[in-house]
Design a protein around this ligand. Structure first.
Ligand SMILES: CC(=O)O[C@H](CC(=O)[O-])C[N+](C)(C)C
Length: 299
């Protein structure tokens, strides 16, 4: 069996880190817009709405804070997204390896999905606190206050005032968001890669535009199921303590106050970001993997 076909969780880990850096650079500005739209205060009437939509939020952010305003709160994800994607790709590789004792027998779609889900379980350990800090910083900038000086200050203050539970606030919603969406993400990418590979060629020879297409679509489908729990998570993680009694309470309150459409808040920003960010992510992954196969084939 060729070195390229062997699944190596370690190579996946390293290449996944590169993928995460590419994902962040391409996607953070739209992520800021998404969180600001998702968490903006409910206005008494349309006239007083802070942001009227994706473009309005983009325009007001750039006018008030400059282009760098779109990169607010990037400190935590910078330290978090690369390791997160490294762990996600590692978990995916490990899941595949565990379910494939015979490397010549291809995995079923269910097995690929479950391998992706495993990646989602692993990543929650760092994603839950990372998202809590990122959302608090993104929202405070949008509200004009400066309670936290940066990601480290935010983490320390959360820990000092209410302990580790506060840092990990939103873990259940992070699991609900990331486990199934991770499964669908990797399943979509693998299925599309196979579908786009011409007869008689290996998937590792797939052209750059086809990798971008498969990665971009995987990102879109991922967010189709991840967005409703993401809205709940952002609201839960940025709410004042005691506002919600738990996950069901956030859902009930949001539905009562803003209706079912609110579960797709930030839709435009999410889907505008999903394609380019994840296309860049998978391209970064495939290029890094090729480099590893060439320079450290035994890893
Ligand atoms: C929900 C989420 O964070 O999705 C990641 C891609 C993105 O657009 O940020 C991918 N993953 C499913 C690996 C978490």
């Amino acid at each position: 069996m060729g070195e390229e076909a062997r699944v190596s969780p370690l190579k996946n880990f390293v290449a996944g880190g590169v993928a995460g850096a590419c994902l962040l650079l391409a996607g953070h500005p739209l992520d800021t817009i998404k969180v600001r739209l998702q968490t903006q205060p409910k206005a008494p009437c349309a006239q007083y709405v802070l942001y009227r939509g994706t473009y309005d939020c983009f325009r007001k952010t750039v006018a008030k804070e400059g282009v760098l305003g779109l990169y607010k709160g990037m400190g935590a994800p910078l330290a978090g997204v690369a390791p997160m994607m490294a762990i996600s790709f590692f978990g995916f590789g490990l899941g595949k390896q565990l379910q494939q004792p015979d490397p010549n027998k291809p995995l079923t779609h269910t097995q690929i999905f479950l391998s992706g889900c495993l990646g989602g379980v692993f990543t929650t350990v760092i994603v839950a606190p990372g998202e809590r800090i990122k959302c608090l910083l993104q929202v405070q900038a949008s509200g004009g206050s400066s309670r936290y000086a940066g990601p480290v200050d935010c983490a320390i203050r959360l820990y000092k005032t209410q302990g580790i539970r506060s840092v990990y606030k939103g873990t259940v919603l992070t699991l609900i968001r990331d486990v199934p969406s991770n499964g669908l993400y990797f399943l979509t990418y693998e299925v599309l890669k196979n579908f786009l590979t011409p007869e008689g060629q290996s998937v590792s020879q797939l052209s750059t535009p086809k990798i971008l297409l498969a990665g971009g679509i995987a990102g879109i489908l991922n967010w189709t199921i991840a967005l409703p729990p993401d809205v709940l998570k952002s609201n839960f993680q940025t709410a004042p303590d005691g506002k919600y009694r738990g996950v069901v309470d956030v859902l009930r309150m949001l539905l009562r106050e803003e209706g079912p459409k609110s579960l797709y808040k930030g839709f435009n920003a999410v889907f505008l970001r999903a394609f380019p960010a994840n296309a860049a992510c998978f391209l970064g992954f495939e290029m890094a993997l090729k480099g590893l196969n060439a320079f450290v084939p035994s890893l």
